[in-house]
Every structure is written in structure tokens, then in C-alpha cells.
Design a protein around this ligand. Structure first.
Ligand SMILES: Cc1cc2nc3c(=O)[nH]c(=O)nc-3n(C[C@H](O)[C@H](O)[C@H](O)COP(=O)(O)OP(=O)(O)OC[C@H]3O[C@@H](n4cnc5c(N)ncnc54)[C@H](O)[C@@H]3O)c2cc1C
Length: 343
């Protein structure tokens, strides 16, 4: 049995089957609700239930607090409709543009970019290329039904290959496999594209801050490639943070882009720098705040560790006047993040 979901203020309507979440049904029917992890951990799909009844599955309290729940807020990725429902949510132009597909891929190369980071190139079926927006992600479909998400690090192009940057998480189900056993020519099933983290058109051409921690650089790299090929001349400053120098694992690539894109500036920031590091130190989002105490005229695209993304969103909006709707992010949530306090 299905229920009707009406999204306000757009008035868009779609059907949600009893067993699927409001978000899964929206993705299936190309309705552009905003979302990130799809796992109740990041809060990007938070919206308001205006009418009807839902069942809300387990989620992180930091993604949806009890106070927010009491105000009628829900997570679309965790909500199943029990009746026809009306929700209030903004919609992301282009989020449902490309169909989500499952496909087999072949690992064409694995290259170490740092001791704990590899670049994995995946060969896609030639007859069935993956269409996506720079900044979106795919999921590996693992045996037993588990899934793991990784952002494309290259802009969509004619080449039927996608580039991924994977950081090893010791004890992690998938990255332990990648770092110990994955071989070239291995077949992996993926599904995608997912996510609403991609560049927005901006009639005001506001200057942009790209904020990355660790492999959060992957979707940012794809966005920079897209900006270069589409001659997008908006001013952009990339702050890329890591603990030590190897965490900024493609500095030469970024420097080459700076030479090609006069509108790009690059500021690497290390939180545990060796003595002798001549550059910026501290937490990467605090470097942005030191340089730009007033962010009211900027747009921010942030990606990487959830703790960095959460701190940036909170501090930029409360202390630097960044409008809430000018902050776009993907938090790289993991099983460890999901194991915390839940409702
Ligand atoms: C939208 C999105 C995009 C992403 N893109 C990227 C990307 O481009 N690059 C990238 O490197 N990562 C990315 N990630 C993170 C990635 O999806 C994986 O979460 C990460 O690689 C870890 O996967 P894993 O299977 O190796 O580890 P998991 O099995 O998920 O474990 C992660 C860590 O948690 C520990 N752990 C596992 N279960 C528990 C538990 N119950 N309690 C406490 N600790 C536990 C493990 O020991 C390990 O250290 C992204 C995540 C999201 C949501």
C-alpha cells in the first residue's frame, strides 16, 4: 500500500510505498529533496511534518534532537508514511536530474596518494555510463546488504571511469578490504548517483569558500574540475585541512589548478604541523573565520569529517553571519558515527 507525499511550498506530490522512507521514494521518483548520508546521521534531509502520521526510525540525536522532533521536524531518510503526509522542505534544483542506477564496475587502478589514502579508478560499463553532478557520490553494494558511500573525485566527462579517494579506517569493513586485498580487475557493484552536494547556480556570483578535511577533498576536486571546464569565473578559496602534511595529499594538483584558474586561491591548514611548516596551523574552519570574520556575502561548500562540518556550520552561521541557506555540505559519516547516541 502506498501513501501520497505532498511537498510544500512546491506542491510536488509523489507516492511512498509502505516499506520505503520518504527520502527513498523521493529519490526513486526524481523529487529533489536535500539529503546526505541517507542513514539518520547527518541531518541534511531534516524537514517539517505539516500533516499526517509517520513512523520515525533510529537516528542520531545530533542529526535530529528531541527538541526539534517536538517542533514537528523529521528526517526524510528515516520516516515512513503511515497516512498521506504533507511535509515542508526546500527542494534542490537538479538533485533528481540523473537516474539512480545499480551497475557492475571493474577496478582499473589503485594508487597510493598518502600512507592511508588511495585513489581507486573504477571502469564503468561502456554502454551505460554514470551521469552525475560534480560533488555527488556512489555507494558500493557489499555482501550482506551493507553499503559504503564515496564521492566522485572527477567531474563527469566522456571517460567511462570514475575516480574515488578512500581513506583507510582501521577495523572498517570496506576500507580494510581495499587496503589489504583489493586487486585491479576486481568487480564491485555500485549504485548512484546520490546526494545534493553540488555547485548551485548563483545569480549574484558570490565568492565561494570550499572547505575540505582529508578525503573530503574528493568532491571538491570534482567541483573544481567542473568549474574549470565550464569557465565558471566565481571567486573560490579552497581551505584544505589535515593533521599532517601527507593528509593534503594532492597539493601539486591544486597548485596546477591555481595556475589555470586565476579565480582560485589555495590555503592548506595543518592541525598537527611539524616544526618548520611555514603555512597555516589550527583547525581548518577556524582559519576561514580568522580570514573572513564576515561571511554574509559568501557561499560555503564543506565536506569531510562530520565534526568539522558541524563546527563550520554552527560557527559560520552564528559567529560570521553566513546565511543558513548559503552553507552546503556532505559529512562523511561512518558506522562509528552511527553507533553514538540514538533516538
Ligand atoms: C555521503 C558520504 C560520502 C563519503 N565519501 C567518502 C569519500 O569520498 N572518501 C572516504 O574516504 N570516505 C567517504 N565517506 C565515508 C565512507 O562511506 C565510509 O564510512 C568509510 O570509508 C569507512 O568505511 P569502512 O567500511 O571501512 O568502515 P566502517 O565499517 O564503516 O567502520 C568505520 C570505523 O568505525 C569503526 N566502527 C565500526 N562499527 C563500529 C561501531 N558499532 N562502534 C564503534 N566503532 C565502529 C571501525 O573500526 C572503523 O574504524 C563518505 C560517507 C558519506 C556518508
Amino acid at each position: 500500500m502506498s501513501h501520497q507525499v505532498t511537498v510544500q511550498p512546491s506542491g510536488h506530490q509523489y507516492a511512498a510505498e509502505a516499506e520505503e522512507t520518504l527520502l527513498a521514494a523521493a529519490i526513486r521518483q526524481s523529487v529533489g529533496l536535500p539529503y546526505g548520508c541517507q542513514d539518520g546521521a547527518c541531518g541534511s534531509c531534516k524537514c517539517k511534518l505539516l500533516q499526517g502520521e509517520i513512523e520515525l526510525g533510529a537516528h542520531q540525536l545530533k542529526a535530529l534532537s528531541e527538541a526539534e522532533r517536538a517542533q514537528g521536524l523529521i528526517l526524510a531518510c528515516r520516516a515512513r508514511a503511515l497516512t498521506d503526509v504533507v511535509i515542508e522542505s526546500h527542494e534542490v534544483v537538479g538533485a533528481g536530474e540523473f537516474p539512480v542506477k545499480k551497475m557492475p564496475t571493474r577496478v582499473s587502478s589503485i594508487e597510493h596518494l598518502a600512507p592511508d589514502v588511495v585513489r581507486v579508478m573504477l571502469q564503468l560499463p561502456a554502454a551505460d555510463p554514470l551521469r552525475y553532478r560534480a560533488g555527488q557520490y556512489i555507494q558500493f553494494l557489499l555482501p550482506g546488504g551493507a553499503r559504503r558511500s564515496y564521492s566522485m573525485a572527477n567531474a563527469p566527462a566522456e571517460s567511462p571511469q570514475i575516480e574515488l579517494h578512500l581513506r583507510h579506517m582501521p577495523g572498517g569493513k570496506f576500507t580494510d578490504h581495499v587496503f589489504s586485498a583489493m586487486k585491479e580487475k576486481e568487480i564491485q557493484r555500485i549504485e548512484g548517483p546520490f546526494g545534493s552536494f553540488f555547485l548551485r547556480d548563483d545569480p549574484e556570483n558570490k565568492p565561494m569558500i570550499f572547505l575540505a578535511s582529508g578525503t573530503g577533498f574528493a568532491p571538491i576536486k570534482a567541483m573544481l574540475e567542473q568549474m574549470r571546464t565550464s569557465a565558471d569565473a566565481r571567486q573560490v578559496t579552497l581551505y584544505w585541512g589535515g593533521r599532517r602534511l601527507p593528509d593534503i595529499y594532492l597539493p601539486d594538483w591544486v597548485e596546477r589548478q591555481c595556475a589555470l584558474m586565476p579565480n582560485l586561491r589555495f590555503i592548506p591548514v595543518l592541525s598537527e604541523a611539524d616544526a618548520g611548516w611555514p603555512g597555516r596551523t589550527g583547525f581548518v574552519h577556524q582559519a576561514v573565520m580568522a580570514d573572513l570574520p564576515d561571511l554574509s556575502g559568501h557561499a560555503v561548500y564543506a565536506c569531510g569529517a562530520p565534526v568539522m562540518v558541524e563546527a563550520a556550520q554552527r560557527d559560520f552561521t552564528t559567529r560570521c553571519s553566513l546565511p543558513e541557506d548559503a552553507f552546503f555540505a556532505d559529512a562523511f559519516t561512518t558506522e562509528a558515527d552511527k553507533a553514538g547516541a540514538k533516538a
